[in-house]
Design a protein around this ligand. Structure first.
Ligand code: TQI
Ligand code: ZN
Ligand code: ZN
Length: 169
């Protein structure tokens, strides 16, 4: 079953059209940006929420960036594998990814020979669940289940994820 954060934080009724932005220092390709757009779409199709990319870091609700090691928020990244990314409960909007990972955003992650490849879209869908207020789920098929293996792609919301997000919104 899904869980929520203590106090059930969620984006307020007055903020159902959310904006997101990418750290300009990362110089992300349109292909990488489109992976995040697809991940946001999975949640917007089952909620009244919309997600729009903006280039204004000041006004964005959600700030996405790739960083290595200590990046100034007291939660340093740890290199290949281990922690992959972190995102916080509403209305924080901080979504950081470990730049040291072997991120796969095109092609087939299940064919990676190194056994360290992590599917970017799978992690993005999971972290956006946290950004919207979902904690971890005990349902193995759920996007919010707290385990993912390398060379795995899991991007479809399970009914448990949908029930959780529709309880909040
Ligand atoms: N990052 C953890 C996560 O997102 C950070 C975390 C631990 C966390 N406990 C939390 C965030 C409680 C919010 C609330 O779960 S991670 C997975 C999964 C990670 C883990 O890098 O370990 C995914 C990132 F679920 F597969 F284990 C993405 Cl999909
Ligand atoms: Zn961080
Ligand atoms: Zn998680």
């Amino acid at each position: 079953h899904y869980t929520l954060f203590p106090g059930e934080p969620r984006w307020p009724q007055s903020k159902r059209d959310l904006t997101y932005t990418f750290d300009p220092d990362n110089n992300l390709s349109d292909e990488v940006k489109s992976v995040f757009a697809r991940a946001f779409d999975r949640w917007s199709t089952v909620t009244p929420l919309t997600f729009t990319m903006t280039t204004s870091a000041y006004s964005a609700d959600i700030n996405i960036g790739f960083y290595t090691g200590d990046h100034g928020d007291g939660e340093p990244f740890d290199g290949v594998l281990g922690t992959l990314a972190h995102a916080f409960s509403p209305p924080n909007g901080r979504f950081h990814l470990d730049n040291a990972e072997n991120w796969v955003f095109a092609g087939d992650v299940t064919e990676d020979a190194s056994n360290t490849a992590i599917d970017l879209e799978s992690v993005a869908v999971h972290e956006i669940g946290h950004l919207l207020g979902l904690g971890h789920s005990s349902v193995v098929e759920s996007i919010m289940y707290p385990s993912i293996s390398s060379r795995t792609k899991k991007v479809e919301l399970a009914s448990d994820d949908v029930e959780g997000i529709q309880y909040l919104y």
